[in-house]
Design a protein around this ligand. Structure first.
Ligand code: NAD
Length: 449
């Protein structure tokens, strides 16, 4: 194992660590630190805690443990004990051959005794306290609360996208992101295209297409799982299990998945839209277990320079599948799917060698943990993650209302979709009618301001 911790045993760093531990105040009182609290143990082990032990949490922790640093999983938190148990079992049986070509498993890197397994709505606080780095992979509705707590506790963070589901959540993430910067906490957001070789190579060459005048983005496919209601579930438990279909938890699929494509356009545009208008609805996916989200959105986003992004996302089986981005400039095009750059006649000006593509999910952890092991402050993804999440939310507000929505008005409108209290017996903000159907946004009727 490569324990890249050459400067770890430095006494000044130890003193710094001690101070970091003493200075765990509220966000507002956050001290300005020159170096972050990198490790908490007596050796160079980087301790991680996971919050959200579902599919992606399991994947992200696997990737963290597969990074070349001395990483150990020490705590787990999930709303549900059964999900935590499934994840624990899976992590203990991961066969690393597929990802590393090596032999063995990750058991030696998992040290989570029973008393470090936490469940319920408050589980995150205890798990975060035990770690140097936290992996936040719950449904995105909880990300602002969990991110804020992790920053407050002075931890480095990997958090999945999206980072919120409403403008109030975005504001919380932005406020915590500013403190994370002051504390020099590394923060990586799981918008993994930014860690993918082909995208990085295209980005380096984006000037080849001149000024970007328009763009297109697609997340069109069949859609995702449904977790049907079970006998004896409270409404809160049902929505928490079937979270994809409720906006306070998910933010609709334009937020949950299409954010990847919107983020790529924002990245290459080096900016965010100033307004959006669009159309959408639910034509096929409209059963009782489909909550309130739409099954299609088409949004025209306008950037400050007047350029337009035409974005579409659809979850309808039997329709065209495409997950991709296209940027059109004054001199040519960047085609993410083809990983190339062409002129307007189709002549290829640059072709990325697909044989050199990486697993970006692994790279984001390799780079994050290498920085942490070295004591480097290298990653501050939270703010841009929040702005790309806001781009998705802006799109949703546009399709739900059928109105032109301005960024500044939307991000400051205070819309908060969350329950006041998180409790299994409290009713979530959205409840079904007597037939079990939920209220759905209606363009022309739904209004935010
Ligand atoms: N970057 C990517 O390509 C990618 C891929 C898949 C998922 N994701 C993201 O990862 C996140 C999780 O998705 P998933 O597919 O793993 O979902 P999942 O349903 O498989 O897992 C979510 C887990 O979080 C738990 N949870 C819910 N609320 C919680 C709370 N308040 N505290 C603690 N645990 C809580 C659930 O019980 C569940 O075990 C989503 O934001 C999703 O967008 C990203």
């Amino acid at each position: 194992m490569n324990n890249d911790a050459s400067n770890f045993f430095n006494p000044a760093r130890r003193e710094f660590l001690r101070q970091g531990t003493l200075l765990t105040g509220g966000l507002i009182a956050a001290p300005l630190l020159s170096k972050a609290n990198y490790f908490s143990g007596a050796d160079d082990t980087i301790k991680i805690a996971m919050v959200g032990c579902g599919g992606r949490g399991t994947g992200a922790v696997t990737q963290a443990l597969l990074s070349k640093q001395n990483v150990k999983l020490v705590a787990m938190a999930d709303a549900f004990r059964d999900n935590l148990d499934t994840c624990f079992k899976e992590l203990n049986s991961v066969d690393i051959a597929e990802s590393t070509g090596g032999r063995g498993n990750l058991k030696g890197k998992i040290d989570v005794p029973e008393e470090h397994k936490f469940t319920g709505f408050d589980a995150y606080k205890q798990a975060i306290a035990l770690a140097d780095v936290v992996i936040l992979a719950t449904p995105p509705g909880f990300r602002p609360i969990h991110f804020e707590e992790a920053v407050n506790q002075g931890k480095h963070i990997f958090m999945e996208k999206p980072v919120a589901t409403d403008p109030a959540g975005i504001q919380r993430v932005l406020a915590a992101a500013a403190i994370a910067k002051q504390k020099k906490l590394n923060v990586v957001v799981g918008l993994q295209r930014r860690y993918q070789n082909s995208y990085r190579e295209l980005f380096k060459r984006k000037d080849m297409i001149g000024d970007i005048t328009s763009a297109q983005a697609w997340w069109d496919n069949d859609g995702v799982w449904v977790r049907p209601r079970k006998y004896n579930q409270t409404e809160m438990e049902y929505q928490m299990r079937n979270w994809y279909y409720f906006n306070w938890l998910c933010g609709d699929h334009i937020n949950e998945q299409h954010i990847h494509n919107l983020d790529v356009i924002n990245w290459f545009k080096e900016g965010y839209p100033v307004s959006a208008q669009g159309l959408g609805g639910r034509q096929v996916r409209k059963g009782k277990d489909h909550g309130e989200i739409f099954d299609h959105h088409f949004v025209e986003f306008t950037y400050a320079d007047g350029s337009i992004l035409n974005s579409q996302c659809r979850h309808i089986p039997g329709t065209m599948s495409r997950v991709d981005e296209l940027l059109i400039g004054t001199k040519g095009k960047i085609k993410a799917g083809d990983a190339n750059i062409t002129d307007h006649k189709g002549k290829v000006l640059y072709q990325f060698d697909k044989k050199t593509e990486n697993n970006a999910y692994q790279t984001e952890h390799d780079e994050l943990f290498a920085a942490i092991a070295k004591g480097d402050y290298k990653f501050a993804d939270a703010e841009r993650g929040a702005f790309s999440t806001m781009t998705s939310i802006l799109g949703r507000m546009a399709t739900y209302t059928g109105q032109m929505i301005e960024w500044d008005k939307a991000i400051n409108c205070g819309l908060d979709l969350h329950p006041k209290v998180y409790d299994w017996n409290v009713l979530p903000p959205l409840v079904p009618d007597a037939d079990g159907h939920y209220p759905i946004a209606i363009p022309g009727v739904t209004k935010y301001f």
